[in-house]
Design a protein around this ligand. Structure first.
Ligand code: HPA
Length: 282
């Protein structure tokens, strides 16, 4: 049964329960590149480094802290993944299911995924926030390949409305409330670790993608498979390759994410207050 990572998930759940003896939040947030600082807005009860959670692969990327925060964002109890694992780090895709299924086992029913992404549309310059309406999986991998865990979800499952329309409406309400502009669009995941070529970027744009990045899709797939609601939010940190006249770098991603950080945190805090008020998450 090791293919299903059930042992790893069980050990992760045990380690987290041992470290945090309070109630568990039903909403989880994954913080992407350069966005980990959002942790400063939480009233934190418990901090758990991924290294202390046996089944969690430890992130190797600069800008990703690698720890779980359990606490509150305003009135909303929240469990926050400060840092994530990426396919390009070389983990088997199935390992990326472990943190999401662990959250599910702890009772999480809504997953908010953030990321940094390159824009494919001139009207979405760096600094834009984009709510995901859908995605295109061009990573050539899928964490659900292999034996299906029928206790988690069905072998074949629907990906229409993978990004929950009600959560997106709530994000848009938060946008209005805070005066932060939020675009919406389709996120395409490339495998990385290289940034895309200009020819790839032109092709992705023709396919209907609006932004490109190297994460999010595996997490969304695993979360949808086990019935969680998902929202996705990209921080546009650069125009994708060929759409601007300079070379891309991870430093630019981190710098631009830092600049957009104030907007993103204002938006998320308002969004979380909205969720706290809704009966669903009370
Ligand atoms: N491509 C892929 N991933 C990214 C980009 C990009 O242009 N910007 C930030 N993450």
């Amino acid at each position: 049964m090791t293919d299903l990572r059930r042992d790893e998930i069980a050990r992760s759940v045990t380690a987290i329960r041992r470290a945090h003896d309070g109630d568990f939040p039903v909403v989880a947030l994954i913080l992407g590149s350069g966005l980990g600082k959002f942790g400063e807005h939480l009233k934190i009860d418990t901090i758990i480094p991924y290294a202390d959670v046996p089944g969690f692969p430890v992130s190797t990327v600069v800008g990703h802290e690698g720890r779980l925060l359990i606490g509150r964002a305003g009135r909303l109890p929240l469990i926050c993944m400060q840092g994530r694992m990426h396919l390009y780090e070389g983990y088997p895709a199935q390992d990326l299911a472990i943190p999401i299924r662990t959250l599910r086992a702890l009772g999480v029913n809504a997953l908010i995924i953030t990321n940094a992404a390159g824009s494919l549309r001139t009207e979405m310059p760096p600094g834009t926030l984009m709510a995901l309406t859908d995605h295109i999986n061009m990573s050539s991998q899928n964490p659900l390949i292999g034996p299906n865990d029928d206790d988690m979800g069905p072998r074949f499952f629907d990906m229409s409305d993978a990004y929950d329309p009600d959560l997106r409406d709530a994000l848009m309400r938060a946008a209005k409330e805070t005066g932060v502009d939020v675009s919406s669009g389709v996120y395409l995941q490339a495998s990385g670790p290289n940034f895309e070529t200009p020819a790839e970027v032109r092709m992705f744009a023709q396919w209907g993608a609006d932004a490109v990045g190297m994460s999010t899709v595996p997490e969304c797939l695993v979360a949808r498979h086990c019935g969680m609601r998902v929202a996705g939010l990209s921080v546009i940190t650069n125009m994708a390759a060929g759409l601007s006249n300079h070379a891309l770098s991870h430093q630019e991603t981190l710098d631009e994410a830092e600049k957009a950080y104030g907007k993103m945190s204002a938006l998320l805090l308002s969004f979380f207050n909205d969720l706290a008020s809704s009966a669903h998450h009370a």
